[in-house]
Write a protein that binds this ligand. Structure first.
Ligand code: GLY
Ligand code: MN
Ligand code: MN
Length: 428
């Protein structure tokens, strides 16, 4: 599978180079920077252009030198250093596509100053070669547009990242049912997925009760709720396999017969239905709008709002309860790049004025991978603002008070777009 992937990647790079009138490219894995006034580094995050080509995800200071019709050279950083363990010299199918050259220090890096017509792709604060064109727009836009089409190799990695994350989700949910703290649920996730904090594609969101209303809630309370206070659990957590991410959210009610549990089921069904609509040729903006209409129906069914769905959408009322986009591209980055491009030249299709946080505005194509993550939240800040405005009249405030202690609902799956029937990697 990797070899076919490499073929696709090479074709895209060749065409990107041609468009940008370049002869070759140096792709840099990246490096870490230290905290201000400190000798402690931020976590390393590999350049996605680098890991798109080679599944080396945790090694800084590596460089791939790629030229069309030549075997690519991979300069692998293996410092003579007793502080850290060395990156292993890669073996196997994928490594055969590269001439692998070990570099142990800065002096081992070849002198690239004589290279004509080459680009440098990656962090530029370590690039000492003025002759290289840094991250040229034409090349980047072309590659970012085409990176949205995933190869079988990429889809398989994302699928495996789903399988692994679901083990973690299950372990965390079991802890929630036992009344454990947010932090304990998080640790159960880490243990089940065998990830450390640096390997997670994003910081886990592990929220109980009203904390579920904070979209990117980050604290992880260490205390256990009193049993009579346990209400709800929202966990948004993924894994990485070969640098590819999963991004999954589940919401659970402690009392399975509560109104909140019924609302979760309604959002769950609607989420599955929207996921099925993610087929080639569909505008993601349209899917997002449909999701708002469907969620407005749910809010009306549960008597939270007292107007029809189109009114809820058009007045911005539905944004009070769903203030984020329906989803985003997923792959080497959690929010994979290129979601706002309208073509390979890098023209932009901005999100609609009413939905500025929508990260994906493209018309879907076969083998796009994306998330579908509708939600309903009870967020004080937005509710107060609504109360003070015209749309406040459409909200049944006593029902809001009923649901507020539960925080919110988000259900998030990872979907592969196909011609006629999408594939759900999370429920498969
Ligand atoms: N976990 C971040 C997101 O769902 O986009
Ligand atoms: Mn997401
Ligand atoms: Mn998520």
């Amino acid at each position: 599978m990797y070899n076919n992937h490499y073929k696709y990647v090479s074709e895209i790079i060749n065409q990107g180079l041609e468009k940008a009138n370049l002869d070759g490219v140096l792709i840099y894995s990246g490096h870490v920077n230290n905290y201000f006034l400190d000798d402690m580094p931020y976590a390393f995050a590999c350049n996605p252009h680098f890991k798109w080509m080679a599944p080396i995800t945790e090694t800084p200071h590596c460089i791939i030198h790629y030229k069309p019709n030549e075997k690519a050279k991979l300069y692998l950083y293996q410092p003579k250093d007793y502080w850290h363990s060395l990156a292993k010299t890669p073996e196997g199918e994928w490594a055969e596509n590269f001439e692998i050259i070990s570099i142990t220090c800065k002096e081992d890096v070849p002198d690239f100053s004589g290279l004509q017509n080459h680009a440098w792709i990656g962090q530029i604060d370590s690039c000492e070669f003025d002759n290289l064109k840094h991250n040229p727009r034409t090349y980047m836009d072309y590659v970012h547009w085409h990176r949205a089409i995933k190869t079988d190799y990429e889809i398989e990695n994302i699928r495996q990242a789903n399988v692994l994350a679901l083990k973690g989700h299950n372990a965390a949910y079991q802890c929630f049912k036992k009344g454990y703290s947010e932090f304990e649920c998080h640790m159960a996730y880490m243990l089940a997925t065998k990830h450390n904090e640096y390997q997670l594609p994003y910081g886990n969101i592990v929220a109980q009760n009203e904390n579920g209303a904070v979209l990117h809630y980050q604290h992880m309370q260490r205390f256990r709720q009193k049993p009579e206070n346990i209400k709800s659990f929202l966990i948004d957590a993924g894994c990485q396999v070969n640098g590819y991410a999963s991004d999954i959210t589940r919401t659970h009610a402690y009392d399975e017969n509560s109104e909140f549990a019924k609302m979760i089921n309604a959002v769950d069904s609607m989420q599955i239905a929207i996921g099925k609509k993610a087929v080639a040729g569909t505008s993601y903006i349209d899917l997002h709008t449909q999701a708002h209409l469907m969620l407005s129906e749910i809010l009306s069914d549960f008597d939270v709002i007292n107007c029809d769905a189109p009114t809820a959408h058009d007045t911005g009322l539905s944004n009070v309860f769903l203030p984020h986009g329906l989803g985003h591209y997923l792959g080497l980055q959690v929010h994979d790049i290129g979601g706002h491009q309208s073509d390979e030249e890098g023209n932009i299709l901005s999100p609609p004025e009413l939905h500025p946080f929508l990260r994906l505005t493209r018309t879907l194509e076969e083998n796009n991978v994306l998330t579908i993550e509708p939600g309903i939240y009870f967020i004080d800040m937005l509710l107060e603002k609504a109360k003070a405005s015209d749309i406040g009249q459409y909200i049944n405030w006593s029902r809001v008070a009923d649901f507020k202690p539960y925080g919110g609902i988000r259900i998030e799956d990872n979907i592969v777009v196909k011609k006629t029937k999408s594939v759900n990697l999370t429920r498969g």
